[in-house]
Every structure is written in structure tokens, then in C-alpha cells.
Write a protein that binds this ligand. Structure first.
Ligand code: PHE
Length: 469
């Protein structure tokens, strides 16, 4: 551990930064649309269980590793295992995952930024469905514009990370997170008055059987728990490594998980009331936020203002998550290679920028879009080909994060010395009686859950006739 290792200014600073990492496109863009696709209520309930029994223990395991080792993922795992141990591969996988996720995350975040501008201009007023769809299709297929917003997002992310842990990451979270919460509260209050609020409450919190199937819904909820809590790739190890050794592991993790969950549910209570008020369908998929919502904003009194607030909120949420992804990549080169923060963050940002260009170009153009999708249909099956974005998203959120999470939990539960595990968990917390519960979940429940996700991905449950209708 070096003498000069940066640290958070305060525990609140850490909580805001970690919650900033967790709260992102996953909460505001993805969670509402997968809730819509899976029929609402039951899915939400399963999701809450997944967060509590799988997400929370892994988050504690990650913060435990970082805080104990005071090092970024690769170095942290090295210092907690024997020399030459293969576990270090988990750290490498995390760094690689950060590059992959941020490369496409930044493109979607760029869309959100573009929509802020469209909203400010009052861009959706009076448009019909075809017009709104066209705006989205034309923009996402326009190479210059998508690349421009992607570059801008990466640049802002870089400019914050280069400022360091306290003056860059923490300071930005201290501004962006309260702003995000305020905007969320304003949007929810606005929704409460609308006709769609009651149906939305019912959709999200009451059980429905329509569009709901236990098997696929459980697996989707579980996979999303990793993505939304930023687990499985070392973001929480990295952020945890800037904590003091006696900071409370339990309360910080519980607070971050709770904030993430509350924001995801509030996002539903903003989006679904709007969708129902304007008579639209909740199961529109990924286009829910970029197509259905603008259509509704266009019809609403003061729609330009509400649209601006909503897309600004989405941008802020994406930014604090993007920052954590770049921090994982950069901290590896700072801690392991001795690079300066400037060199590490600028080179990582540049590489990620280039990796994202095919994603930014993938909607529509032949090279990375439909042409590429034809190629990947060899792997994903006829008619299931994915464009560049689809491949990156699929591999990272379905495979890399759960795999990383599985190994992190196995590492902490079985590999780290029992004494270090117990001392690490108990230092600084008054909830030390939860220790055995945590170890039990990590040892048995987490591996079981993640392996189920993998079996599903390779089609095992279809084979034995357990999923589907
Ligand atoms: N948790 C972020 C979201 O919900 C995404 C993310 C994943 C960020 C992994 C960092 C690491 O959008």
C-alpha cells in the first residue's frame, strides 16, 4: 500500500460516489422497460429478492476486498491470495469489462445528452408516433451526430476522473447525485397528479400474470441485479479501496443498494404514469424512454420542460456511472503500472472512445449494423444476429458481470483466510452478528443463482422444458 493512496473526503462522499456508480442507465432506462416487458408486479418482487440475497452480499464482498487490500482489483486480489494464484484473472476480467461496458454505455449516454438538447428546443411538441420514431432512427443512424455525443460524453467523464478521487469523482458525485434526486422528486410529484398514476402503481406493485413467466423473469432480474449495482467487474472494489479500513461495510452497502433500488422504482413511477396517461403500452422494450416518452412529452402541457428535466436526469445518472467505469480502468494503470493519473485516464478514455465508435455507428450502417448482424447470426442463430452494440451488451452484462460476481463471491467465501474475512467484515460495524448470514449467502446462494443464469444462457432450461409458456 502506498503512502499517497487517495481517500474519500468522508463516508457520505463514498456513499454518493458508489450510489452514483450504481444509479445509471440501468435504473432509468433499462429497469422500467424490462419491468414493462415482464408484466410488472411479480417481476419487481423477484428483482427485490435478487438485490437482497445476491446483490447485497456481493457488494459487501467487493467493498470488503477493496477496503482490506487498499488497492485496485488486480492488486487487491493479488494481495489477498497466494503468489501466482489464478484468482488474479478475476481482476483482469474486471478491467476488461470496464473497457467493454463504457464503450457502449457512453454511446447511449450520448443519446440522452442529445435528447436534452432536443427537449430544450421543444423538439417533440405536437409530433406523432412516426415522427418521433423517425427522430430516433435518423439520429441513431447518423454517424456524425452519434459519434459527436459519444466523444463529448467521454471527454466530460475523462475531465472528472483526471481530477482525482476526492476532487474529481467525489466532488462531482456531491453535486450530481443531489441534483438527480431533486429532479426525480420533481418528476414523481408531477406524475402523482396524472391520470396514469393509479394504473402505474397497480402495474408496478400488484401481481399480474399477463406477460409474466417465472423462469425467464427470475433470470432477467438476477442478471440485471449485477448491472444495476455495478457488480462483478471491480467498480466497488476500486471505490472500496479509497475507504478507511474501519469504515462500516454493512451500513454503506445497505445504503447504496437501497438508494439504487429506490431510484429504479421511482423511475418506474415517473415513466409508467406518463405511458398510461397517454394510452401507450408498457412493453415497448428499449424504445420506451427514447420513443414512447418523447411522444407523451410532446402532448403534455409544459412537456418541453419536463422532457428536459427527465433527459438531464438520465444524463447525470449515466455520467456518475461512466466515471466509475473509467476509474476502474485508469486505477489499474495507476496502481499496477505506475502511470500518472493524467496518462492513465487519457489513454484509457481514448481507447474506450475508439472501441465505442462501431457501436455509435451500429444503428443502420452496413458495416457495423445490419452487415455485422448478418455475420453474428452465425453465433446467435438465424434472425437473432446482433449489431456491435448488441454483442458488447450481451457479452458484458450476461456473461462477464455474472462470471466476475461468481468468482468474487467464491474468492471471498472460500479462498480468503477465515480470520481476515471475519476481521474485515466486523471492523467498524455494529452489525457483526450478520457475518455468518453474509458468508452463507456468498457460499451457497450466490453461486447457485449465478450458475442458474449461465445454464439459462446456454439453453439448458429450454432443453429440459422448464422455461417459456
Ligand atoms: N450500474 C450502472 C447502471 O445501472 C452500470 C454500471 C455497470 C456501472 C458496471 C459500473 C459498472 O447503469
Amino acid at each position: 500500500m502506498s503512502e499517497t493512496r487517495p481517500q474519500w473526503g468522508s463516508r457520505v462522499g463514498f456513499i454518493l460516489a458508489a450510489a452514483g456508480s450504481a444509479v445509471g442507465l440501468g435504473n432509468i432506462w433499462k429497469f422500467p422497460y424490462i419491468t414493462g416487458e415482464n408484466g410488472g408486479g411479480w417481476f419487481v418482487l423477484i428483482y427485490l429478492v435478487c438485490i437482497a440475497v445476491i446483490g447485497l452480499p456481493i457488494m459487501m464482498a467487493e467493498i470488503f476486498i477493496g477496503r482490506t487490500a487498499q488497492n485496485s482489483p488486480v492488486g487487491a486480489i493479488r494481495s489477498l491470495s497466494r503468489p501466482g494464484s489464478p484468482w488474479i484473472g478475476v481482476g483482469w476480467l474486471g478491467v476488461l469489462t470496464a473497457f467493454v461496458i463504457l464503450s457502449y454505455y457512453s454511446v447511449i449516454a450520448g443519446w440522452a445528452m442529445h435528447y436534452v438538447f432536443l427537449s430544450v428546443e421543444g423538439g417533440f411538441a405536437g409530433l406523432d408516433k412516426t415522427q418521433v420514431d423517425t427522430i430516433f432512427a435518423e439520429f441513431s443512424a447518423d454517424p456524425m451526430r452519434s459519434v459527436f455525443w459519444h466523444v463529448l460524453f467521454m471527454f466530460i467523464t475523462f475531465a472528472i476522473v483526471v481530477g482525482g478521487v476526492k476532487r474529481g469523482v467525489e466532488r462531482s458525485a456531491r453535486i450530481l447525485m443531489p441534483a438527480l434526486c431533486l429532479m426525480m422528486v420533481a418528476l414523481v410529484i408531477h406524475s402523482i397528479g396524472s391520470d396514469g398514476f393509479k394504473p402505474a402503481l397497480d402495474f408496478v406493485f400488484a401481481p399480474h400474470n399477463e406477460n409474466f413467466h417465472w423462469g425467464p423473469a427470475t433470470l432477467e432480474a438476477l442478471g440485471h441485479a449485477f448491472f444495476t449495482l455495478s457488480l462483478g467487474m471491480g467498480a466497488m472494489i476500486t471505490y472500496g479501496s479509497y475507504l478507511k479500513r474501519d469504515d462500516d461495510l454493512v451500513t454503506t452497502s445497505v445504503t447504496v443498494c437501497t438508494l439504487d433500488t429506490v431510484i429504479a422504482l421511482l423511475a418506474c413511477m415517473v415513466i409508467f404514469p406518463i405511458i398510461f396517461t397517454y394510452g401507450m403500452e408498457p412493453d415497448a422494450g428499449p424504445g420506451l424512454v427514447f420513443k414512447s416518452l418523447p411522444l407523451a412529452f410532446g402532448k403534455m402541457a409544459g412537456g418541453a420542460i419536463w422532457a428536459t428535466v427527465f433527459f438531464l436526469l438520465l444524463t447525470f445518472a449515466a455520467l456518475t456511472s461512466g466515471i466509475s467505469l473509467l476509474e476502474v480502468a485508469a486505477s489499474y494503470f495507476i496502481d499496477e503500472r505506475g502511470w500518472s493519473r493524467f496518462k492513465a485516464s487519457s489513454i484509457c478514455a481514448a481507447v474506450i472512445l475508439l472501441m465505442g465508435v462501431p457501436t455509435a455507428l451500429s444503428a443502420g450502417t452496413k458495416l457495423f449494423g445490419s452487415g455485422f448482424a448478418q455475420m453474428t447470426s452465425i453465433v446467435f442463430g438465424e434472425n437473432n444476429g446482433k449489431d456491435w452494440f448488441g454483442v458488447f451488451d450481451y457479452i458484458s452484462s450476461n456473461w462477464m458481470l455474472p462470471l466476475g460476481g461468481l468468482f468474487i463471491s467464491l474468492f471471498v467465501a472460500w479462498r480468503v483466510s477465515g480470520e481476515a474475512r471475519e476481521r474485515g467484515f466486523k471492523s467498524g460495524t455494529k452489525f457483526d452478528r450478520m457475518f455468518w448470514g453474509w458468508v452463507f449467502l456468498l457460499r451457497f446462494i450466490v453461486p447457485f443463482g449465478v450458475i442458474a443464469v449461465f445454464l439459462n444462457l446456454i439453453g439448458f432450461f429450454d432443453l429440459i422444458g422448464l422455461t417459456g409458456e
